[in-house]
Ligand binder design. Structure first.
Ligand SMILES: C[S@@+](CC[C@H](N)C(=O)[O-])C[C@H]1O[C@@H](n2cnc3c(N)ncnc32)[C@H](O)[C@@H]1O
Length: 271
């Protein structure tokens, strides 16, 4: 992952693309008012704020992450928010959560448990289930697709094939460990009422400045580092379409359309 400061900058810039989908996912979960939950791998706490809003004044969210820098930033954000009394941050590892069995009513994890670079997602998922009470819910979410270069599907597919989310599969990652097979992980761990849902953010021109910045940051994040697998022609085409100072910058098209999806897998701990 990029260094902490550049990750924080990217996470803030990219948030307008992700937040509407993650808000919708939280609404779908119907978290009980007053419930206590864990945001596992909370990063800079952008979703902890949304979760705290959802559980209301008597609820509580614990955000956990291995990165002290991210947690310090998260703490700074929360201190200036009216939700500060509802959120606590804790440094810790999802592989060995610093909580007793059956501590939380629910657990939520975005782009962490089951992340594409994960070798054995079941171990982390099992640890999440340990800390949730019987009847409580487990939800893991992750980026699942995007179409950001309309009209250039082959270029986009070739660029995608080199980005960090897909590279593990080139290195023979097992299909079973792919996030989109998470219903199988839930079944293996004995979770009940497992279901999936995919949330879409559709983006249309004219773009707000905020959305333009978010998309530029996504281009950089996904494809901005030249990779040995990308041909010279593809790299030149990427620069022509995705560099803001190019006369053919794709975001300047009056009919620009794109979408981005997040998928959520959820299940219940048996009573
Ligand atoms: C891609 S970021 C996602 C952050 C946040 N959930 C979001 O969606 O904005 C992944 C986060 O998981 C954290 N992380 C990675 N492995 C972890 C582990 N074993 N235990 C706890 N946090 C972890 C990273 O430090 C990082 O903050």
């Amino acid at each position: 992952m990029a260094d902490s400061n550049s990750y924080i900058t990217m996470a803030l810039k990219a948030n307008p693309i992700r937040e509407p989908m993650l808000r919708e996912a939280i609404e779908t979960l119907k978290l009980a008012p007053g419930s206590m939950g864990l945001d596992a791998g909370c990063g800079i706490g952008l979703q902890a704020l949304l979760l705290a809003e959802a559980v209301g004044p008597s609820g509580h969210v614990t955000g956990l992450d291995t990165s002290r820098e991210f947690l310090q930033y998260a703490q700074k954000i929360v201190e200036s928010s009216p939700l500060s009394g509802r959120i606590t941050y804790k440094e810790g590892d999802v592989n060995k959560l610093p909580f007793d069995n059956n501590t939380f009513d629910w657990v939520w994890s975005v782009d962490c448990v089951g992340y594409p670079t994960e070798e054995n997602p079941l171990l982390k998922l099992k640890e999440l289930t340990r800390v949730v009470k019987p009847g409580g819910s487990v939800a893991i979410l992750g980026w699942s697709s995007q179409m950001l270069l309309p009209g250039h599907p082959l270029l986009e597919a070739r660029l995608n094939a080199t980005c960090s989310s897909y590279l593990p599969y080139i290195k023979e990652k097992k299909p079973k460990s792919n996030f989109l097979n998470a219903l199988g992980w839930f079944r293996e761990l004995g979770l009940e009422d497992s279901k999936s849902r995919t949330f879409v953010n559709e983006i249309n021109a004219p773009l707000s400045d905020e959305m333009r910045t978010a998309l530029i940051s996504f281009f950089e994040m996904l494809w901005g580092e030249p990779q040995p697998e990308v041909s010279e022609d593809d790299w030149a085409e990427y620069q022509r379409l995705c560099y803001p100072d190019s006369p053919d910058f794709i975001l300047d098209r009056p009919d620009y359309y794109a979408f981005y999806t997040y998928s959520m897998f959820q299940g219940k701990i048996p009573e």
